[in-house]
Design a protein around this ligand. Sequence first.
Ligand SMILES: [Zn+2]
Length: 312
Amino acid sequence: MIETMAPPRREIYRPTPWWNQMPAAALPTPQAPAAHRPPAATPATLTAAAAKTRALAVTDGLLDQMQRIEPGLSGPLYVVFGQLRKQNMAGQYFPGLAATFEADARAAGLWHGRGHGVLLDEDQYQIDFSDAAAAGLTAQQANAYATLACSGKVIHEFCHALASGFSGTEDPLGNSEFDPREVRSVVFNDSPDKLRAATAYDAALPPFQKHDAAFLRAVIHLTARMMPTTKGLMLDHVVHCEKFGLSPIGQYALGLAKELPIRAPIARLIASPAPAAFRNLWKDDVAKWYASLTNPTDLQIEAGAKALRSCP
Ligand SMILES: [Zn+2]
């Protein structure tokens, strides 16, 4: 069964924004909970059902905010919760994803037409909470930590939507690299190997292949626009560049400083020439990967060229 699909302006469930309940001093650092903190005698717990309610509340609030601040996300937005951990994923986006779940959303009375959709793992909030609690954070702090982690994943996946060039309303089958029936069955867990095979990382290609300059630019702009209303949100919650062999996201944000005050639609911004500082950082990172290859194949040369094209 579909867990939920959140349309914009969701009528049936409208949570109080979590930041109204959270004193600023209780907010954790953006990194994983401090390891030196002595664990509490009894770690705080959160039931799976309560964790899902929290994840829904966080997601709902973010969709509303994103739609208010970014025209590229003004159509219907959907979040599908499924079992992604078996694929070793916390989230996923691809063009046409929302349409893959159209029948389910219609059956649940939650279909508002074509738009962008993202997949999130349904257990991730509880896992993040438990990790924080095990490291000694109080229940309130662990909630704040899991909330920021969840927010980061939602923003991350929708930045893939902004960077993809897909409007959300085109023919989904013409744009998706996945067979929608397979994706659907994977998310609802009857063929766990298929999506993993389809999304398996090709070790020959650059580790930043799906997180290129256009994506990073979208992340920096959208996160900066979300920060004033999402207390404690930092770029590190949204993307961890080092994982992809890139310079830290903070350095990229500095490189983009001149462009940040421009409040144009993000899709338009990322198609325009980037500030030199940002472009040079990206070129250096791509060059570093390229220099690490002993005998670049045609595929790798093309991947490098494609990476450079992602930063006009
Ligand atoms: Zn990603």
